[in-house]
Design a protein around this ligand. Structure first.
Ligand code: SAM
Length: 248
C-alpha cells in the first residue's frame, strides 16, 4: 500500500521548501498539483527533477479525481498533493482526497511547512493561545456585514485572508462592525522581500489602507472581543456582573 502526502510549498520564499518536500517532489509516483506550471516553476527554482506523473488537481476536479488517485495508492503509489502556495486544504484543494482516503481506510499524512495563517498570526503581536481562522470574507457587502456581525462577540483572535481588490471595502466593513479601537495587523507579502506588517487599531489601519493601498497578498489579524463588547453584543447572555450577582 502507498500513501497520500499533503505537502506545504513556499508562500513567497523558495528557501522555505523543506527537505521533505524536495524529496517528495523528486520521488513521489504521482504529483497532484493545483497548477502544473507552478509546480514545474517551483521545481526549476529548487533544481529538482519531478520524476513522477504530474496531474492537475484543483478546486474544479478534486472530487472527481480523488478516487482515481487513491486507486493508485491502493496499489502502492505515493501520491503527493501540493497547491500553488502554502498548505493544501487551507483555502486550497486537498480536502476531497483526505476525506476519501479516510473513508477508504487508506493512509494519508502531511509534510508540513509554510502557511500564511500561522505566519501572520505569529507576527501580529496579538494573542495566539486561541484563534479562529475565517478564510476569505464573503464578496458581497451585505453578506460580509452579516458575517462580521456574527463575529462581533468572538473572543479569540480572528484571522482573515484578503485580496488587494477587496481590502478597502473589507476595512470599511470591519470598522463599521467592530469599531475603531480593536488592535489588528495587516500582514502582506509574507516571507517575500517586501514583507510588511502594519500594526495598529482598526481605525488606524483603515486610514493607512485609504492613504497607501497595500498591494500583493495579505492576511488580516484582528483582536478578539473584550468582555464589554461581548456583553454589549450578546444581550441574551448574562453579563459577568449579572452572573456574579446570581452566584452571590
Ligand atoms: N494554502 C495557502 C496557505 O496555506 O496559506 C492559502 C491559499 S489562499 C488561495 C491565498 C491567500 O493566502 C492570499 O489571498 C492571502 O490572503 C494568503 N497568502 C498566501 N501567501 C501569502 C503571503 N506570502 N503573504 C500574505 N498572505 C498570503
Amino acid at each position: 500500500q502507498g500513501t497520500v502526502v499533503l505537502a506545504a510549498t513556499p508562500i513567497g520564499n523558495t528557501s522555505d521548501a523543506s527537505a521533505r518536500l524536495i524529496a517528495l517532489m523528486e520521488h513521489a509516483d504521482i504529483v497532484a498539483a493545483e497548477d502544473t506550471r507552478r509546480l514545474y516553476d517551483l521545481a526549476n527554482r529548487l533544481g529538482v527533477h519531478v520524476n513522477g506523473r504530474v496531474v492537475a488537481y484543483h478546486d474544479h476536479n478534486e472530487r472527481d479525481k480523488a478516487d482515481g488517485l487513491l486507486d493508485n495508492v491502493e496499489t502502492g503509489a505515493t501520491v503527493l498533493v501540493v497547491s500553488d502556495a502554502g498548505m493544501p486544504t487551507i483555502n486550497d484543494p486537498g480536502l476531497a482526497i483526505v476525506r476519501r482516503a479516510i473513508e477508504r481506510g487508506l493512509p494519508v499524512t502531511c509534510a508540513p511547512g509554510p502557511s500564511a495563517v500561522l505566519d501572520a498570526l505569529a507576527l501580529s503581536g496579538l494573542p495566539t493561545d486561541r484563534f479562529c481562522y475565517e478564510g476569505f470574507l464573503p464578496r458581497k457587502h451585505s453578506e460580509r456585514m452579516q458575517h462580521l456581525r456574527m463575529l462581533r462577540s468572538e473572543r479569540r483572535t480572528i484571522v482573515f485572508y484578503e485580496t488587494l481588490h477587496r481590502i478597502a471595502d473589507s476595512m470599511d466593513d470591519l470598522l463599521e462592525s467592530f469599531g475603531p479601537d480593536r488592535r489588528m495587523a495587516l500582514c502582506r507579502e509574507l516571507t517575500k522581500d517586501y514583507e510588511q506588517i502594519r500594526r495598529g487599531t482598526i481605525g488606524e489601519i483603515h486610514n493607512s489602507v485609504r492613504n497607501d493601498p497595500p498591494r500583493g497578498e495579505m492576511v488580516l489579524v484582528i483582536e478578539g472581543a473584550s468582555d464589554e463588547e461581548v456583553n454589549e453584543n450578546t444581550p441574551n447572555v448574562l453579563s459577568i456582573e449579572e452572573l456574579a450577582e446570581l452566584a452571590a
